[in-house]
Design a protein around this ligand. Structure first.
Ligand SMILES: [Zn+2]
Length: 173
């Protein structure tokens, strides 16, 4: 994939909105069964200003939607980038990979692409994740519990896997 292909080509332009006095660029979240949610997302080979802007807009979209994680396919862009924030600060991961996972536990999960549906999903208790940040620096994250769950959920999106695929039980709020 040439670097040219890193250009952002979403056909869904972000709209701006006001949240807490700041102007945010907010994308429309695509909901299941949009085909993009089933695609294997493409690696990001170069972190261009457009990619940086895309990821900043993903974070804005996540915050404006009240979510705790968002993957690029959820705004219609089939690229390997996720954002997560459980209230301890924004985590950006470009081309993330789970390098180690340990244990299994069940927990409740929702997804911005599945409004009003929740599921009981079995995930690894702890994971190690490797990826790149917005500056192109390699980052390593060790996570357990809910952060590990959120990372596994978002990284699944990059492989076209959604939480209902793994859910043991699905219920409506
Ligand atoms: Zn999701």
């Amino acid at each position: 994939m040439g670097s040219r292909r890193c250009e952002v080509t979403s056909n869904i332009p972000p709209r701006t909105s006001q949240l807490g006095g700041m102007t945010l660029a907010v994308y429309q979240i695509v909901t299941y069964p949009e085909p993009v949610l089933r695609e294997k997302a493409k690696e990001i080979t170069k972190i261009t200003p457009n990619i940086q802007r895309l990821i900043e807009n993903m974070a804005d979209t996540m915050y404006a939607s009240g979510g705790i994680g968002l993957a690029a396919p959820q705004i219609g862009i089939s690229k390997r980038a996720v954002v997560v924030d459980l209230g301890d600060g924004l985590i950006v991961l470009i081309n993330p990979e789970i390098t180690k996972s340990e244990g299994r536990e069940r927990g409740k999960e929702g997804c911005l692409s599945f409004p009003d549906i929740w599921g009981e999903v079995e995930r690894a208790v702890s994971v190690k994740v490797r990826g790149f940040n917005l500056k192109g620096e390699e980052v390593f994250i060790s996570a357990e519990g809910f952060l590990a769950r959120a990372l596994q959920h978002e990284i699944d999106h990059l492989d076209g896997i959604v939480f209902i695929d793994r859910a043991i039980k699905i219920y409506r709020d």
